[in-house]
Design a protein around this ligand. Structure first.
Ligand code: EPZ
Length: 429
């Protein structure tokens, strides 16, 4: 298994290109199941999760082509994918595949909508929490799907098709919104989704579905209105920039007291995180190509933050903010309100010399003057990258094990940080 070695203490300067968003790419790829024609996605990041979802969709019969380098591109970032589900040959998503990536559960909605049947493994728990799927299933049932469970599988049938209705989600769920939205676009009549998640990735999916012939309004709000259509057609859509990758590198730059332009991203995708970083004394300014992040000489001020659904502070940046606050001049608190067990990074940060105590859903972080490098490992993607951020300012060498977590969500992280002056390398084993 590969690991990453970082020699801490180098200030980051230069530019970092921001990739297409993982959490937009995954539902967009799944949306290809809704049409016989080709869905072309541009700016697709090269990530382990994208490859795995490609395999999962391939099992349903989706043909995927990946275009090569184009004039003016350096050939490394942002691939163009063609996804064609001309014929769906299998409506089962097996446990072996779904258990490796939870988002693959979202094939359920499109499969019922197009094929009138689906058999999809329940994803099970994971390192950050129990993560049930009740909101997904209630939403699909409201559209008329008959749902039962058997031997760990959700079995859904809608032989006469789905019918639009008003659905009030009992809690805000990104995945349930994606899943039910994709089903509703082919339902008969009108569907209104209330208390829908409004993360930018939902808006990106809805915009792409509209380009495919869907009729969705209310994009960017908690209420989505969908006029069902008989069928969708092919379209071309460019994946929006990754706000979590943006926030992660912003915190890495802030951690090292650096000055970096994050290129190809947008401040409005992560305004709450920018506000928090502003409170912490980090300068963030929009540029023509993205945003510039700088901390020149000033210390890091402590902050008190709770994670919230968009537009609140994202849970997917909680671990990274915690790493940054390990070096703040004072005491910070971070409350995690989305997932009940998303603190797996705490003990690893403590191994690097951080002073963090946990009380239920709240972490109290007392800033320290120095972190010290050590071997560490983490059990999820964002926790792993928080260790990279800490390692960038730890004295000596930090070795991050289980790099496959990072490869799920960060495209060539060692190259992007290395080009800005970090001493970082991948050790293959
Ligand atoms: C998405 O997960 C993201 N994944 C997560 O990113 C992100 O952390 C999360 O949204 C919250 O923003 C992708 O987009 C692929 P949820 P999802 O359904 O959809 C509860 C990363 O690191 N809930 O919004 O699975 C649930 O347990 C990942 O990139 C129910 O109770 O999250 C949680 O407490 C990790 N019943 C809360 O809602 C349900 O049926 C929010 O979960 C569904 C969810």
């Amino acid at each position: 298994m590969d690991s990453i070695r970082i020699a801490g203490g180098k200030r980051l300067t230069g530019t970092i290109p921001i990739s297409g968003a993982k959490n937009a790419t995954l539902p967009l790829m799944i949306a290809s199941l809704l049409t016989e024609e080709t869905l072309t996605l541009e700016n697709v990041p090269a990530l382990a999760d994208v490859k795995l979802l490609g395999d999962i969709l391939g099992n349903h019969g989706v043909d995927i082509t990946v275009s090569g380098k184009r004039s003016g591109e350096d050939g490394r970032y942002g691939k163009r994918f063609g996804l064609c589900a001309k014929e769906i040959v299998d409506t089962t998503a097996p446990y072996e595949l779904v258990s490796r990536m939870r988002a693959s559960f979202w094939v359920l909605g499109p499969l019922i909508a197009r094929m009138g049947e689906a058999r999809v493994s329940m994803p099970g728990g994971c390192a950050i929490g129990t993560r049930p799927v009740d909101i997904h299933l209630k939403g699909l049932e409201a559209l008329g799907a008959q749902i039962s469970t058997d031997a760990g599988y959700v079995i859904a049938n809608a032989p006469k098709g789905l019918t639009g209705t008003r659905i009030l989600f009992p809690g805000i769920s990104v995945g349930a919104t994606h899943n039910v939205l994709m089903a509703a676009v082919l339902a008969k009549g009108e569907t209104i989704l209330e208390n829908a998640a409004m993360e930018p990735e939902i808006g990106d999916l809805a915009t792409c579905l509209n380009a495919m012939g869907a009729r969705i309004s209310g994009i960017g709000t908690h209420t989505l209105k969908i006029e069902g259509v008989k069928e969708l057609h092919g379209a071309t859509h460019s994946v929006l920039p990754d706000r979590i990758e943006t926030g992660t590198y912003a915190m890495a730059v802030a951690m090292t007291g650096g000055d970096v332009e994050l290129v190809g991203t947008r401040a409005d995708l992560l305004q709450s995180a920018i506000d928090v970083m502003g409170e912490a004394g980090i300068e963030i300014t929009p540029t023509n190509n993205g945003i510039r992040v700088a901390r020149n000489g000033a210390g890091i001020k402590p902050v008190n933050v709770e994670t919230r659904p968009f537009p609140g502070f994202p849970t997917d940046l909680q671990a990274q903010l915690m790493a940054l606050m390990c070096r703040a001049e004072g005491v910070s608190t971070i409350r995690e309100t989305i997932f009940e067990n998303r603190f797996m990074h705490v003990q690893e940060l403590v191994r690097l010399g951080a002073d963090i105590s946990l009380d239920g859903d709240t972490a109290t972080i007392r800033g320290v003057e120095t972190l010290t490098g050590a071997p560490v490992m983490a059990t999820d993607l964002r926790a792993s990258v928080s260790l990279v951020i800490a390692g960038l300012m730890a004295e000596g060498e930090t070795i991050i094990n289980r790099v496959y977590h990072l490869d799920r969500g960060f495209e060539r992280i060692e190259e992007k940080l290395g080009r800005c002056g970090a001493v970082i390398e991948r050790l293959s084993s």
